[in-house]
Design a binder for this molecule. Structure first.
Ligand code: FE2
Length: 290
């Protein structure tokens, strides 16, 4: 399994699977009804902080020319680089910037609580960090993936509004039994999205930005297909969880993303019910790469 994709798995993707949570949900009753919990910062060991520092250093060095401008501009807002940040410290800056906040969760949470947190401008961040022996390989998102990959983008006002709108749409999709289809949109935007900037293609998806190998693959490799983002096409497309993506979807701006998700998706879900899924890495007749 590859770190880049496995580390990007989100609660929305796995939903209410029977996959056991990596985090400790018991915590003597410390987990709240909305699946959040306090960040137990004091329990991090020196080795935990060192793992975070080394991951941050390696990944930050890769960003120029590959990460989008919004991400690079906001990365310093995470604050300290040499230890796991306290979520409260980040929240002081994040709330001022976009009225979002991050909340600690013990691990993957079910679909509906996940959508509900996003709809309320609360982004769930896993609080534990991988062990040193998992430096290049981890099966679930940890605090590095969630903080480094996701949080800088929440400082961008338009993107932040999109994520809230996604959560609101998710609550509706859950009621309609369409959560799995909508999860593909999250996967191909929030996790593995690419944006065309005036100076070239760049990554804005957290699964790419927090991956040691997929950043180059997603932005530079000639192997994957890169298609313009189309809602129906994206939600028909399966994704890979055990290798780099073979299909990416490209946007021109975050406003485009926000505007695309303004309408009610019910007609889209009806259309999706009549159309077969498309395997990742497939080009349909008449399609051309972005
Ligand atoms: Fe993620």
């Amino acid at each position: 399994m590859n770190i880049s994709t496995e580390a990007a798995v989100t609660p929305a993707v796995y939903g209410e699977s029977d996959r056991p949570p990596r985090g400790d949900y018991s915590r003597g009753g410390a987990v709240l009804a909305d699946y959040t919990c306090p960040q137990d910062w004091a329990s991090y060991t020196p080795a935990d902080h060192d793992t975070y520092r080394r991951l941050y250093e390696r990944q930050a060095a890769q960003l120029p020319g590959l990460a989008c401008d919004a991400f690079i501009a906001s990365l310093p807002s995470l604050g300290v680089k040499n230890r796991i940040p306290r979520f409260d410290e980040i929240n002081e800056r994040l709330y001022k910037a976009t009225r979002w906040e991050i909340v600690a969760v013990p691990g993957l949470i079910p679909e509906l609580p996940f959508f509900t947190l996003l709809a309320n401008r609360k982004f769930p961040v896993t609080d534990w960090i991988r062990k040193p022996e998992e430096f290049d390989y981890i099966v679930e998102p940890d605090v590095f993936h969630d903080l480094f990959g996701h949080v800088p983008m929440l400082f961008d006002p338009t993107f932040a509004d999109y994520v809230q709108r996604y959560g609101q749409g998710g609550i509706k999709a859950h009621a309609l039994g369409a959560g799995e289809k909508l999860a593909r949109l999250y996967w191909y935007t929030v996790e593995f999205g690419l944006i065309r900037q005036p100076d070239g293609l760049r990554a804005y998806g957290a699964g790419i930005l927090s991956s040691v190998g997929e950043l180059q693959h997603a932005v530079r490799s000639s192997e994957p297909y890169r298609l313009p983002l189309d809602l129906l096409r994206t939600m028909r497309t399966r994704y890979k969880i055990d290798s780099y993506q073979s299909t990416y979807f490209v946007i021109d701006s975050f406003s485009q993303l926000f505007d695309l998700t303004a309408p009610d998706f019910t007609p889209l879900y009806n259309a999706l019910a009549t159309q077969p899924d498309i395997e990742a890495g497939t080009l349909l007749p008449g399609e051309s790469v972005a």
